[in-house]
Design a protein around this ligand. Structure first.
Ligand SMILES: [Zn+2]
Length: 425
Protein backbone atom coordinates (compact mmCIF):
# COMPACT_ATOMS: atom_id res chain seq x y z
CA UNK A 1 0.00 0.00 0.00
CA UNK A 2 1.22 3.42 -0.93
CA UNK A 3 2.28 5.59 1.97
CA UNK A 4 1.07 8.98 0.80
CA UNK A 5 -2.50 7.92 1.43
CA UNK A 6 -1.83 7.97 5.13
CA UNK A 7 -0.60 6.85 6.73
CA UNK A 8 11.89 -3.64 -11.08
CA UNK A 9 15.14 -3.03 -13.16
CA UNK A 10 14.10 -5.43 -15.84
CA UNK A 11 15.40 -4.54 -19.24
CA UNK A 12 16.16 -8.17 -19.96
CA UNK A 13 16.33 -11.46 -18.24
CA UNK A 14 20.07 -11.78 -18.49
CA UNK A 15 20.67 -9.17 -15.86
CA UNK A 16 21.23 -9.95 -12.24
CA UNK A 17 19.63 -13.05 -11.00
CA UNK A 18 20.39 -13.26 -7.33
CA UNK A 19 18.22 -16.24 -6.59
CA UNK A 20 18.46 -19.42 -8.65
CA UNK A 21 15.14 -20.31 -10.21
CA UNK A 22 15.41 -23.80 -8.77
CA UNK A 23 14.86 -22.21 -5.37
CA UNK A 24 11.38 -21.33 -6.57
CA UNK A 25 10.13 -24.84 -7.20
CA UNK A 26 6.60 -25.19 -6.00
CA UNK A 27 4.56 -28.12 -4.87
CA UNK A 28 1.38 -26.28 -4.01
CA UNK A 29 -1.96 -28.05 -3.91
CA UNK A 30 -4.87 -27.34 -6.25
CA UNK A 31 -7.01 -25.83 -3.49
CA UNK A 32 -6.03 -22.74 -1.52
CA UNK A 33 -4.46 -23.82 1.77
CA UNK A 34 -2.50 -22.07 4.49
CA UNK A 35 0.46 -24.39 3.74
CA UNK A 36 0.51 -23.09 0.15
CA UNK A 37 0.35 -19.49 1.32
CA UNK A 38 3.23 -20.11 3.72
CA UNK A 39 5.31 -21.74 1.04
CA UNK A 40 4.90 -18.78 -1.30
CA UNK A 41 5.36 -16.28 1.52
CA UNK A 42 8.64 -17.97 2.43
CA UNK A 43 9.90 -17.07 -1.03
CA UNK A 44 8.50 -13.56 -1.44
CA UNK A 45 9.22 -12.29 2.07
CA UNK A 46 12.65 -13.94 2.28
CA UNK A 47 16.03 -12.35 2.92
CA UNK A 48 17.11 -13.20 -0.61
CA UNK A 49 14.45 -10.96 -2.20
CA UNK A 50 15.64 -8.13 0.08
CA UNK A 51 12.35 -6.26 0.32
CA UNK A 52 11.53 -6.31 -3.43
CA UNK A 53 12.20 -2.65 -4.11
CA UNK A 54 11.27 -1.69 -7.67
CA UNK A 55 14.40 -1.44 -9.78
CA UNK A 56 16.46 -3.69 -7.52
CA UNK A 57 17.52 -7.32 -8.04
CA UNK A 58 15.19 -8.67 -5.34
CA UNK A 59 12.22 -7.23 -7.18
CA UNK A 60 13.45 -8.79 -10.41
CA UNK A 61 13.71 -12.14 -8.70
CA UNK A 62 10.15 -11.76 -7.44
CA UNK A 63 8.94 -11.01 -10.98
CA UNK A 64 10.77 -14.07 -12.31
CA UNK A 65 9.17 -16.23 -9.65
CA UNK A 66 5.67 -14.94 -10.47
CA UNK A 67 6.23 -15.43 -14.21
CA UNK A 68 7.57 -18.91 -13.64
CA UNK A 69 4.47 -19.77 -11.65
CA UNK A 70 2.17 -18.34 -14.33
CA UNK A 71 3.94 -20.54 -16.85
CA UNK A 72 3.74 -23.63 -14.67
CA UNK A 73 0.01 -23.05 -14.19
CA UNK A 74 -0.57 -22.60 -17.90
CA UNK A 75 -1.59 -18.94 -17.89
CA UNK A 76 -1.13 -17.32 -21.29
CA UNK A 77 1.27 -14.46 -21.89
CA UNK A 78 -0.43 -11.68 -23.86
CA UNK A 79 2.71 -10.12 -25.18
CA UNK A 80 3.37 -10.98 -28.84
CA UNK A 81 6.87 -12.03 -27.75
CA UNK A 82 5.22 -14.55 -25.40
CA UNK A 83 6.54 -12.77 -22.36
CA UNK A 84 4.64 -12.32 -19.13
CA UNK A 85 6.46 -9.04 -18.56
CA UNK A 86 5.12 -5.62 -19.38
CA UNK A 87 8.13 -3.32 -19.28
CA UNK A 88 7.91 0.33 -18.42
CA UNK A 89 10.17 3.13 -17.26
CA UNK A 90 9.47 5.53 -14.49
CA UNK A 91 11.40 8.41 -13.16
CA UNK A 92 12.31 8.07 -9.53
CA UNK A 93 14.02 11.41 -9.55
CA UNK A 94 10.89 13.09 -8.37
CA UNK A 95 11.23 11.05 -5.21
CA UNK A 96 14.94 10.54 -4.93
CA UNK A 97 17.21 13.25 -6.28
CA UNK A 98 20.24 10.96 -6.10
CA UNK A 99 18.77 8.87 -8.92
CA UNK A 100 19.91 10.06 -12.31
CA UNK A 101 18.33 7.60 -14.63
CA UNK A 102 14.91 6.24 -15.20
CA UNK A 103 14.14 3.04 -13.38
CA UNK A 104 13.13 0.07 -15.46
CA UNK A 105 10.30 -1.95 -14.07
CA UNK A 106 7.86 -4.69 -15.02
CA UNK A 107 4.32 -5.74 -14.39
CA UNK A 108 3.84 -9.50 -14.61
CA UNK A 109 0.70 -10.41 -16.55
CA UNK A 110 -0.98 -13.77 -17.22
CA UNK A 111 -4.29 -14.53 -18.92
CA UNK A 112 -6.93 -17.24 -18.55
CA UNK A 113 -9.53 -17.07 -21.33
CA UNK A 114 -13.22 -17.47 -20.51
CA UNK A 115 -15.26 -20.20 -22.14
CA UNK A 116 -18.57 -18.46 -22.88
CA UNK A 117 -18.88 -17.35 -26.51
CA UNK A 118 -20.92 -14.37 -25.44
CA UNK A 119 -18.86 -13.30 -22.43
CA UNK A 120 -15.26 -14.36 -23.00
CA UNK A 121 -14.46 -10.99 -24.57
CA UNK A 122 -15.13 -9.43 -21.22
CA UNK A 123 -12.21 -9.34 -18.82
CA UNK A 124 -11.95 -9.20 -15.05
CA UNK A 125 -8.56 -8.04 -13.75
CA UNK A 126 -7.25 -9.58 -10.54
CA UNK A 127 -4.41 -7.40 -9.25
CA UNK A 128 -1.88 -7.18 -6.43
CA UNK A 129 1.42 -5.31 -6.27
CA UNK A 130 4.53 -7.36 -5.54
CA UNK A 131 7.05 -4.58 -4.87
CA UNK A 132 7.92 -3.17 -1.45
CA UNK A 133 10.48 -0.86 0.14
CA UNK A 134 13.77 -2.76 -0.12
CA UNK A 135 16.05 -1.56 2.66
CA UNK A 136 13.63 1.16 3.79
CA UNK A 137 14.14 4.77 2.83
CA UNK A 138 11.78 7.59 2.09
CA UNK A 139 8.55 5.64 2.12
CA UNK A 140 9.38 3.75 5.30
CA UNK A 141 7.97 4.77 8.65
CA UNK A 142 11.12 3.72 10.47
CA UNK A 143 14.71 4.75 9.83
CA UNK A 144 16.44 1.42 10.12
CA UNK A 145 18.49 0.36 7.14
CA UNK A 146 17.33 -3.23 7.08
CA UNK A 147 15.28 -5.46 4.85
CA UNK A 148 11.69 -4.28 4.78
CA UNK A 149 10.12 -7.64 4.07
CA UNK A 150 6.64 -6.40 3.23
CA UNK A 151 5.09 -9.72 4.19
CA UNK A 152 1.67 -8.15 4.52
CA UNK A 153 2.44 -5.26 2.13
CA UNK A 154 2.11 -6.89 -0.29
CA UNK A 155 3.51 -10.38 -0.38
CA UNK A 156 0.13 -11.32 1.14
CA UNK A 157 -1.78 -10.05 -1.91
CA UNK A 158 0.77 -11.57 -4.28
CA UNK A 159 0.55 -15.05 -2.77
CA UNK A 160 -3.22 -14.64 -2.93
CA UNK A 161 -3.05 -13.70 -6.59
CA UNK A 162 -0.89 -16.74 -7.35
CA UNK A 163 -3.21 -19.06 -5.47
CA UNK A 164 -6.25 -17.69 -7.32
CA UNK A 165 -4.40 -18.03 -10.63
CA UNK A 166 -3.63 -21.63 -9.78
CA UNK A 167 -7.20 -22.31 -8.72
CA UNK A 168 -8.71 -20.88 -11.92
CA UNK A 169 -6.12 -22.52 -14.13
CA UNK A 170 -7.65 -25.77 -12.89
CA UNK A 171 -11.24 -24.59 -13.14
CA UNK A 172 -11.14 -22.96 -16.57
CA UNK A 173 -14.43 -24.51 -17.58
CA UNK A 174 -16.22 -22.57 -14.84
CA UNK A 175 -15.04 -19.27 -16.29
CA UNK A 176 -17.41 -17.44 -18.61
CA UNK A 177 -15.53 -14.16 -18.61
CA UNK A 178 -11.76 -14.06 -19.04
CA UNK A 179 -9.42 -13.38 -16.13
CA UNK A 180 -6.31 -11.24 -16.35
CA UNK A 181 -3.88 -11.60 -13.47
CA UNK A 182 -1.57 -8.61 -13.00
CA UNK A 183 1.24 -8.31 -10.46
CA UNK A 184 2.15 -4.65 -10.37
CA UNK A 185 5.46 -3.07 -9.43
CA UNK A 186 6.24 0.58 -8.67
CA UNK A 187 3.23 0.75 -6.35
CA UNK A 188 5.06 2.01 -3.29
CA UNK A 189 6.63 4.87 -5.25
CA UNK A 190 3.27 5.97 -6.59
CA UNK A 191 1.14 3.34 -8.38
CA UNK A 192 3.48 3.40 -11.37
CA UNK A 193 2.82 -0.15 -12.54
CA UNK A 194 -0.96 0.10 -12.51
CA UNK A 195 -0.90 3.59 -14.05
CA UNK A 196 1.28 2.19 -16.80
CA UNK A 197 -1.11 -0.68 -17.45
CA UNK A 198 -4.14 1.62 -17.47
CA UNK A 199 -2.35 3.77 -20.05
CA UNK A 200 -1.04 0.85 -22.12
CA UNK A 201 -3.54 -1.95 -21.62
CA UNK A 202 -2.83 -5.32 -23.27
CA UNK A 203 -6.57 -5.80 -23.76
CA UNK A 204 -8.61 -2.64 -24.54
CA UNK A 205 -9.95 -1.18 -21.30
CA UNK A 206 -13.53 -1.09 -22.71
CA UNK A 207 -13.47 -4.86 -22.36
CA UNK A 208 -12.37 -4.74 -18.73
CA UNK A 209 -15.49 -5.23 -16.65
CA UNK A 210 -14.00 -4.94 -13.20
CA UNK A 211 -10.73 -4.76 -11.30
CA UNK A 212 -10.29 -6.62 -8.04
CA UNK A 213 -7.33 -5.49 -5.97
CA UNK A 214 -5.74 -7.23 -3.00
CA UNK A 215 -3.29 -5.15 -0.98
CA UNK A 216 -2.48 -6.16 2.61
CA UNK A 217 -4.82 -9.09 3.17
CA UNK A 218 -2.59 -11.04 5.55
CA UNK A 219 -3.45 -9.57 8.93
CA UNK A 220 -7.07 -10.51 9.46
CA UNK A 221 -7.86 -9.40 13.01
CA UNK A 222 -11.15 -9.65 14.87
CA UNK A 223 -12.64 -10.97 11.60
CA UNK A 224 -12.76 -7.45 10.14
CA UNK A 225 -12.53 -7.33 6.37
CA UNK A 226 -12.50 -3.95 4.65
CA UNK A 227 -13.99 -3.79 1.18
CA UNK A 228 -13.52 -0.52 -0.67
CA UNK A 229 -14.80 0.55 -4.06
CA UNK A 230 -18.39 -0.38 -3.18
CA UNK A 231 -19.63 2.88 -4.69
CA UNK A 232 -18.01 2.21 -8.06
CA UNK A 233 -20.86 -0.05 -9.19
CA UNK A 234 -24.46 -0.44 -7.98
CA UNK A 235 -23.91 -4.16 -8.58
CA UNK A 236 -21.33 -4.56 -5.81
CA UNK A 237 -23.86 -4.33 -3.03
CA UNK A 238 -26.01 -6.99 -4.71
CA UNK A 239 -22.96 -9.16 -5.20
CA UNK A 240 -21.75 -8.86 -1.61
CA UNK A 241 -25.25 -9.52 -0.25
CA UNK A 242 -25.40 -12.69 -2.34
CA UNK A 243 -22.25 -14.11 -0.72
CA UNK A 244 -22.09 -15.86 2.59
CA UNK A 245 -19.74 -13.90 4.80
CA UNK A 246 -20.85 -14.64 8.33
CA UNK A 247 -17.20 -15.40 9.23
CA UNK A 248 -16.40 -11.73 8.68
CA UNK A 249 -17.35 -8.38 10.05
CA UNK A 250 -17.61 -6.63 6.72
CA UNK A 251 -16.67 -2.96 6.52
CA UNK A 252 -17.82 -1.47 3.25
CA UNK A 253 -16.43 1.81 1.93
CA UNK A 254 -17.71 3.49 -1.22
CA UNK A 255 -14.45 5.09 -2.35
CA UNK A 256 -13.00 4.09 -5.69
CA UNK A 257 -9.85 6.09 -5.02
CA UNK A 258 -7.57 4.80 -2.28
CA UNK A 259 -3.90 4.26 -1.56
CA UNK A 260 -3.44 1.32 -3.91
CA UNK A 261 -3.60 0.17 -7.54
CA UNK A 262 -7.38 -0.04 -7.95
CA UNK A 263 -7.38 3.79 -8.08
CA UNK A 264 -5.67 3.65 -11.49
CA UNK A 265 -8.60 1.65 -12.89
CA UNK A 266 -11.37 3.52 -11.12
CA UNK A 267 -10.06 6.69 -12.76
CA UNK A 268 -10.63 4.94 -16.10
CA UNK A 269 -14.29 4.33 -15.18
CA UNK A 270 -13.86 0.68 -14.32
CA UNK A 271 -15.75 -0.74 -11.32
CA UNK A 272 -13.26 -1.73 -8.62
CA UNK A 273 -13.20 -3.80 -5.43
CA UNK A 274 -10.35 -3.43 -2.97
CA UNK A 275 -9.86 -6.10 -0.28
CA UNK A 276 -7.84 -5.08 2.78
CA UNK A 277 -7.46 -6.44 6.33
CA UNK A 278 -6.38 -3.14 7.88
CA UNK A 279 -3.37 -1.19 9.06
CA UNK A 280 -1.10 -2.29 11.88
CA UNK A 281 1.96 -1.15 13.79
CA UNK A 282 4.33 -2.94 11.39
CA UNK A 283 3.03 -1.08 8.34
CA UNK A 284 5.98 0.18 6.25
CA UNK A 285 8.48 -0.99 8.84
CA UNK A 286 11.13 -3.67 8.81
CA UNK A 287 8.94 -5.61 11.25
CA UNK A 288 6.29 -6.46 8.61
CA UNK A 289 7.48 -10.07 8.61
CA UNK A 290 6.03 -13.39 7.54
CA UNK A 291 5.69 -14.81 11.06
CA UNK A 292 2.99 -12.20 11.76
CA UNK A 293 0.76 -13.24 8.87
CA UNK A 294 -2.58 -14.77 9.80
CA UNK A 295 -2.42 -17.59 7.25
CA UNK A 296 -5.70 -19.23 8.25
CA UNK A 297 -7.37 -15.83 8.08
CA UNK A 298 -5.95 -15.20 4.63
CA UNK A 299 -7.34 -18.54 3.42
CA UNK A 300 -10.78 -17.30 4.50
CA UNK A 301 -10.28 -13.93 2.81
CA UNK A 302 -9.22 -15.64 -0.42
CA UNK A 303 -12.21 -17.94 -0.27
CA UNK A 304 -14.43 -14.84 -0.22
CA UNK A 305 -12.43 -13.17 -3.02
CA UNK A 306 -12.79 -16.33 -5.09
CA UNK A 307 -16.52 -16.48 -4.49
CA UNK A 308 -16.85 -12.84 -5.49
CA UNK A 309 -15.04 -13.65 -8.76
CA UNK A 310 -17.38 -16.62 -9.30
CA UNK A 311 -20.42 -14.41 -8.71
CA UNK A 312 -19.17 -11.91 -11.30
CA UNK A 313 -18.92 -14.83 -13.73
CA UNK A 314 -22.58 -15.60 -13.46
CA UNK A 315 -23.77 -12.05 -14.16
CA UNK A 316 -25.27 -12.14 -17.66
CA UNK A 317 -24.70 -8.52 -18.61
CA UNK A 318 -22.07 -5.81 -18.13
CA UNK A 319 -21.17 -4.55 -14.69
CA UNK A 320 -22.27 -0.92 -14.57
CA UNK A 321 -19.85 1.76 -13.39
CA UNK A 322 -20.82 4.68 -11.19
CA UNK A 323 -18.73 7.60 -10.02
CA UNK A 324 -18.53 7.91 -6.26
CA UNK A 325 -19.51 11.48 -5.35
CA UNK A 326 -16.16 13.12 -4.60
CA UNK A 327 -16.04 14.51 -1.16
CA UNK A 328 -13.47 17.27 -1.28
CA UNK A 329 -12.84 16.86 2.43
CA UNK A 330 -11.52 13.41 1.59
CA UNK A 331 -8.30 14.62 0.07
CA UNK A 332 -5.59 13.34 2.34
CA UNK A 333 -2.96 16.01 2.63
CA UNK A 334 0.68 15.64 3.45
CA UNK A 335 1.99 16.13 6.93
CA UNK A 336 5.36 16.17 8.61
CA UNK A 337 4.45 15.07 12.09
CA UNK A 338 4.33 11.64 13.63
CA UNK A 339 2.00 10.42 16.35
CA UNK A 340 2.25 6.62 16.36
CA UNK A 341 -1.40 5.66 16.67
CA UNK A 342 -2.58 3.18 14.04
CA UNK A 343 -5.99 4.17 12.60
CA UNK A 344 -8.67 1.50 12.79
CA UNK A 345 -9.99 1.18 9.26
CA UNK A 346 -12.74 -1.11 10.37
CA UNK A 347 -14.29 1.55 12.61
CA UNK A 348 -17.50 3.08 11.32
CA UNK A 349 -18.45 5.56 14.03
CA UNK A 350 -17.55 9.21 14.53
CA UNK A 351 -14.00 10.15 15.36
CA UNK A 352 -10.78 8.31 14.64
CA UNK A 353 -10.34 5.05 16.50
CA UNK A 354 -6.86 3.74 17.18
CA UNK A 355 -6.39 0.03 16.55
CA UNK A 356 -2.88 0.00 17.99
CA UNK A 357 -0.23 2.23 19.51
CA UNK A 358 3.35 1.92 18.32
CA UNK A 359 5.60 1.28 21.34
CA UNK A 360 7.92 4.19 22.12
CA UNK A 361 6.00 6.59 19.86
CA UNK A 362 4.74 10.03 20.90
CA UNK A 363 1.26 8.50 21.32
CA UNK A 364 2.63 5.80 23.62
CA UNK A 365 4.66 8.30 25.66
CA UNK A 366 1.62 10.54 26.10
CA UNK A 367 -0.51 7.62 27.27
CA UNK A 368 -2.86 7.13 24.32
CA UNK A 369 -4.25 3.61 24.29
CA UNK A 370 -5.54 1.08 21.81
CA UNK A 371 -9.29 1.63 21.21
CA UNK A 372 -9.10 5.31 22.14
CA UNK A 373 -11.29 7.38 19.82
CA UNK A 374 -9.87 10.77 18.90
CA UNK A 375 -12.70 13.30 18.67
CA UNK A 376 -10.75 16.56 18.80
CA UNK A 377 -7.22 17.57 17.91
CA UNK A 378 -6.34 20.99 19.35
CA UNK A 379 -9.47 22.95 18.31
CA UNK A 380 -10.24 20.81 15.31
CA UNK A 381 -13.18 18.41 15.43
CA UNK A 382 -12.23 14.95 14.21
CA UNK A 383 -15.05 13.03 12.58
CA UNK A 384 -12.99 10.69 10.40
CA UNK A 385 -9.47 9.94 9.17
CA UNK A 386 -9.59 12.79 6.67
CA UNK A 387 -10.23 15.34 9.39
CA UNK A 388 -7.36 13.80 11.32
CA UNK A 389 -4.76 13.84 8.56
CA UNK A 390 -5.91 17.36 7.64
CA UNK A 391 -5.34 18.41 11.25
CA UNK A 392 -1.91 16.79 11.35
CA UNK A 393 -0.91 18.93 8.39
CA UNK A 394 -1.46 22.09 10.41
CA UNK A 395 1.19 21.27 13.00
CA UNK A 396 4.93 20.76 13.14
CA UNK A 397 7.21 18.40 15.06
CA UNK A 398 7.65 19.22 18.76
CA UNK A 399 4.29 21.01 18.94
CA UNK A 400 2.32 19.87 21.95
CA UNK A 401 -1.29 19.27 21.00
CA UNK A 402 -4.27 18.39 23.17
CA UNK A 403 -5.96 15.22 21.97
CA UNK A 404 -9.52 14.86 23.12
CA UNK A 405 -10.27 11.17 23.22
CA UNK A 406 -13.12 8.89 24.18
CA UNK A 407 -11.98 5.95 26.25
CA UNK A 408 -14.93 3.74 27.10
CA UNK A 409 -17.38 6.05 28.83
CA UNK A 410 -14.77 8.65 29.70
CA UNK A 411 -13.69 11.65 27.67
CA UNK A 412 -10.09 12.65 28.34
CA UNK A 413 -7.77 15.42 27.23
CA UNK A 414 -4.26 14.12 26.62
CA UNK A 415 -1.42 16.40 25.54
CA UNK A 416 0.85 14.78 22.96
CA UNK A 417 4.23 16.09 21.90
CA UNK A 418 4.30 15.46 18.15
CA UNK A 419 7.25 13.64 16.67
CA UNK A 420 8.82 14.00 13.26
CA UNK A 421 7.68 11.72 10.52
CA UNK A 422 10.31 9.26 9.37
CA UNK A 423 12.30 9.57 12.54
CA UNK A 424 13.02 6.61 14.75
CA UNK A 425 11.37 6.68 18.10
ZN1 LIG B 1 2.98 -0.15 1.07
Amino acid sequence: MKLSGFICAFSSLVILNTVPLSAFSQTTSPSITSADLRQRMNILASDSLAGRRTGEPGCESAARYIAKEFKRMGLRPLDPAKSYFQHYDFSERAFDSTKKEKTKAVNVIGFIPGSSKKLKDQVVIIGAHYDHLGMGGKNALDTVKAIHYGADDNASGTVGLLELAEYYSRHKASLKRSLLFISFSGEEEGLFGSLNYAKNPLIPLEKTQAMINMDMIGRLKDSILIVEGMGSSPYWKILMDSLKHENFLMRYKPDGVGPSDHSSFYRKNIPVIFYFTGLHRDYHRATDTKDKINYEGEVEVLDLVRRSIDAIQSKPDRIPFTLVPEDTTKKIGTFKVYVGGVPDYGYDGEGLKLSDITPGSPAAKAGLKTDDIIIKFADIEIKNIYDYTGALGKFKPDDVVDFRVKRGKEVLTIPVKLGKRGEAH
